[in-house]
Design a protein. Sequence first.
Length: 119
Amino acid sequence: MSTLTATAPHLHGPSSLDDLLDWGPVETMIKGQSHTYGRLISKGPNGEWECGVWVCTPGKWECHVTRDEFCHFLAGRCTYEHENGDVIEVSPDTAAFFPKDWKGVCTVHETVRKTYMIK
């Protein structure tokens, strides 16, 4: 159950939510064909921030974070490799902060699901 019009928008059960919107394929694919789905919880009046649920299917793609993003991964397995070689191994219950202009490669091994906040 969700309440997206409340004074404090919230979403119950983001790890099992199944009425996600098709957000399309990842456009920067290196290998495979990752596809994304999601649901917004809230978005700033001019899009200056947003938070929601995001799901991505397996594949390998170039990743460029254009705004600060905090993520809490709920399911799946993936690897983020920064262009300097640093690696983040993601599994369920991993939290990560990607600062603006983080660049690297994301490899989704098993479909991932996360809640996120972008600002």
